[in-house]
Design a protein around this ligand. Structure first.
Ligand SMILES: [Zn+2]
Length: 275
């Protein structure tokens, strides 16, 4: 082992890391999920929060979350939202009633607004507002997916006061938009996009974000960084994301990972899950 490698290993062993957003229930992980969790453990990644996306996927998601002791969210993603989402919302209410006492259920979501898929826009709004109400009632944070719809999302969030706030996952936007979310009690999830040299706007924003507002995530298996060796994204790129944020803030990776870890534990109340 080279000196640098052993130094890196020592630094990594002092960092506590979790992926605040990874779809590890995805079929793309079916062939080597055990090995992936093993590699995560070896590189100091303690766990991943698995967000819910649609009624058809919840049972497998819950099964994987249970098998690997992962915290999870339950929700309807805007891509999987029908024009009339009432039936899916009823199924979500039933699932939440069944799992509301489970300490591993840590959020509602992911839900949100995505203008790239605007054919179901009305359904997206109905599903989002219903899920924000559920988060209020159950006193849970929300995991939000927001693509090209920040002004619409901010207007809706201002009408709901969410006791536990939430996260704008895979955040891509300006510092002004980030500040609006922070004022409403939200954190910003920073993912693999920050590793792309062309993501200048995001880098400028992240460099100025208060460290108390930052979460790190991969959105695996999606959002693979451009020059990655594998087309499937995995939580194993978290250290690179931390290193890039450290570089932008001119701080150490240990400090950035400490903040991101603490922020996730506070937001999702993971104290009892992570020892
Ligand atoms: Zn996602």
């Amino acid at each position: 082992m080279t000196k640098l490698n052993s130094l890196n290993e020592r630094i990594m062993s002092t960092m506590r890391i979790l992926d605040s957003h990874a779809h590890l229930d995805d079929d793309l992980f079916d062939t080597d999920r055990d090995e992936l969790f093993e590699s995560m453990a070896q590189t100091g990644i303690e766990t991943a929060i698995i967000p819910g996306v649609s009624p058809e996927r919840w049972d497998k998601q819950l099964d994987i979350a249970k098998r690997y002791s992962c915290p999870y969210g339950l929700g309807i993603h805007p891509w999987f939202c029908e024009d009339n989402p009432q039936q899916a919302l009823k199924q979500l209410t039933d699932k939440l009633n069944r799992y509301r006492e489970d300490p591993y259920l840590v959020a509602i979501g992911e839900c949100g607004l995505d203008k790239i898929r605007k054919d179901n826009w009305d359904g997206q709004i109905i599903a989002l507002e219903a899920q924000l109400s559920m988060a209020q009632q159950l006193n849970l944070p929300v995991i939000l997916h927001v693509v090209k719809a920040h002004s619409e999302m901010l207007a809706i969030l201002k009408r709901y006061s969410l006791p536990r706030g939430g996260v704008i996952h895979g955040f891509y936007g300006s510092l002004e938009i980030a500040s609006e979310y922070i004022k409403l009690g939200f954190k910003l999830g920073i993912g693999g996009l920050i590793l792309n040299t062309s993501a200048r706007k995001l880098k400028t924003c992240v460099a100025q974000l208060p460290l108390e507002s930052l979460l790190i995530e991969t959105d695996s298996p999606a959002m693979t960084p451009r020059n990655a060796a594998e087309s499937r994204n995995t939580p194993l790129i978290l250290q690179s994301i931390i290193a890039e944020i450290a570089n932008l803030h001119k701080k150490s990776s240990v400090l950035i990972s400490e903040h991101a870890f603490r922020n996730a534990v506070q937001l999702f109340d993971l104290k009892l899950i992570l020892i």
